[in-house]
Design a protein around this ligand. Structure first.
Ligand code: ADP
Length: 505
């Protein structure tokens, strides 16, 4: 792993890496399995075998009795078969005969079980129940065995069935079983080790690829693409990273643009101020008329600087939501009319034809001053970018619960591929490059911030060379003091009251 200095750390095993964790988990799981198998083989196999054997003997005895009572002629072959398949010794004693079936394959010879039979019969005699069992483990006999005796209900009170079942499989079978378990354990260990390596490689491959791409991105290479092939999660991560890298590229681009624009915007008035101040010292200082005219240039450039800096502050405050809103219910049409009035002087002095098309009063809840700033910005842009066609329309439309403000000009318009960017801060379209139109590219960013704070819809329809229609839409409320209220009015009033409360304390 490389640290930030680019040097490689000493190659110790990284226990928190996906590969090591997967490998370790699998190995631990495999070891656990092997231990379980080993314990089974060495400790639990015998007791498990003993329990199962006892249950089997009981079942076999019941089946034998049924067969003996129901069909004694077929009993012989049935008992021979049962004794050999189960590996047990069966002895049926009736008052006149003794039937013996030995399937144990013991090497002890005939009568090997005589003492067991006598012992269990004596126990059955002295016991009050119909069935008795005993486990004998003495080393002199044919190994540990379960001995069973019960009365047969064939009408003869002396009929007794004895069964002797060796409790453990013979040593050969046991050895085979143990060997088998060992082989299984080795195979399980090997397979899980290989599986762990394969899985950890598959898991870490897309992550390593993503890390490589991220390192490239951190060096400023925005062309890099993230590929999370393999898993849904890594694919999603790759998609998110691709989006992030695209956004970073855009932000980086705008930041460069911003720095270029801002330095240019700051530099121009500063150069002007400096050269006019020098001019006053060197040339016009003694001529009051010329000096005053130069000082006026200095003042207007300072005002331009001031405007630029306040706009920058407004945008940054709006973006960080660090603004105090003075919410009130007011008539948007009346506010739009004041904006229209403020442009009348300009209209008459510069030959603009600004028309106002109001609708019926439309009450909205909002910050009146800021919404007037929005409308003023739209109209001043319309004037700035209207070129030779000096005809501007201010139009208000009212529908059921909405009012829309439009500012329509017939000027240079906005190129289709740039229309989405006009709301970005410091963005100025290519159409006004070289035309010497003064601007900071901050006006619409401020408008966007204010309208977002009002949850208002806004937009622009524009065609290059034909003009633009900048608009915003707000919900209307009832006129303050009107009697009937509906839920909408109530909620909007609640907002107003809420804001008033916030204002008061
Ligand atoms: P400024 O006007 O100070 O440059 P704005 O944020 O108000 O900044 O506008 C951003 C850009 O959007 C402008 O530079 C201009 O290119 C474009 N624009 C805004 N209003 C109009 C309009 N009415 N007609 C054409 N272009 C416009």
């Amino acid at each position: 792993m490389a640290d930030h200095t680019g040097k490689h750390k000493n190659s110790k095993i990284d226990t928190s890496s996906i590969s090591t964790t997967t490998l370790l988990s699998f190995v631990i799981f495999a070891l656990f399995l092997v231990i379980v198998v080993w314990l089974l083989a060495n400790f639990f196999l015998n007791s498990y075998f003993e329990r199962t054997r006892a249950q089997e003997v009981m079942r076999t005895a019941e089946a034998l009795e049924v067969q003996f009572v129901q069909d004694v002629t077929a009993f012989d072959s049935y008992a021979i078969n049962t004794a050999s398949t189960n590996g047990i010794y069966i002895q049926i004693d009736t008052s006149d005969s003794a039937l013996i079936y030995d399937g144990t394959r013991t090497v002890q010879g005939a009568n090997a079980f005589d003492s067991d039979v006598n012992f269990i019969k004596a126990k059955l005699n002295s016991d009050s129940s119909d069935v008795v069992t005993e486990t004998r483990r003495d080393s002199t006999g044919p190994g540990a065995r379960l001995i069973y005796a019960s009365y047969i209900h064939d009408g003869n009170p002396d009929s007794v069935m004895c069964i002797i079942a060796p409790l453990y499989p013979d040593q050969v079978t046991l050895r085979i079983l143990r060997n088998l378990l060992t082989y299984i354990s080795v195979v399980v260990l090997l397979v899980s080790f290989l599986l762990a390596i394969a899985l950890s490689m598959r898991l870490s491959a897309p992550i390593k690829a993503l890390t490589r791409s991220a390192t490239e991105l951190s060096k400023g290479n925005y062309d890099v693409r993230f590929d999370g092939a393999g898993f849904t999660e890594t694919k999603e991560l790759a998609r998110a990273l691709n989006k992030a890298s695209y956004e970073m590229e855009k932000t980086d681009f705008y930041q460069r643009e911003i720095i270029a624009n801002v330095s240019h915007d700051l530099k121009t008035p500063l150069t002007m101020i400096r050269s006019y101040a020098e001019k006053i010292i060197d040339i016009t200082g003694d001529n009051p008329e010329k000096r005053n005219s130069d000082l006026n240039v200095i003042i207007s450039e300072t005002e331009r600087l001031n405007r630029l800096v306040s706009d920058m502050l407004s945008v940054s405050n709006l973006q960080s939501n660090n603004v105090e809103m003075h919410m009130e219910t007011f008539d948007l049409v009346e506010a739009a009319e004041s904006v229209y009035d403020s442009f009348q002087v300009l209209a008459s002095s510069e030959g603009f034809d600004i028309n106002f098309h109001p609708c019926k009063p439309a009450y909205v809840v909002g910050d009146r001053t800021r919404l007037m700033q929005v409308m003023t910005n739209f109209v001043s842009n319309a004037v700035k970018y209207s070129g030779d066609n000096k005809y501007v329309d201010i139009r208000l439309n009212k529908s059921a619960k909405k009012v829309t403000f439009h500012c329509i000009d017939h000027g240079m318009g906005i190129p289709a591929d740039e229309i989405g960017h006009v709301w970005d801060k410091y963005y100025r379209t290519s159409a006004n490059h070289g035309r010497g139109i003064e601007g900071t590219g901050l006006g619409l960013a401020i408008v966007k911030g204010i309208l977002n704070l009002h949850n208002a819809k806004y937009g622009v329809e524009s065609e290059e060379g034909k003009g633009s229609d900048f608009w915003f839409e707000m919900e209307t409320v009832r006129k303050p003091g009107a009697k009937k209220t509906d839920s909408n009015t109530l909620s909007m009033q609640a907002i107003t009251e809420d804001t008033d409360k916030q204002k008061n304390g």
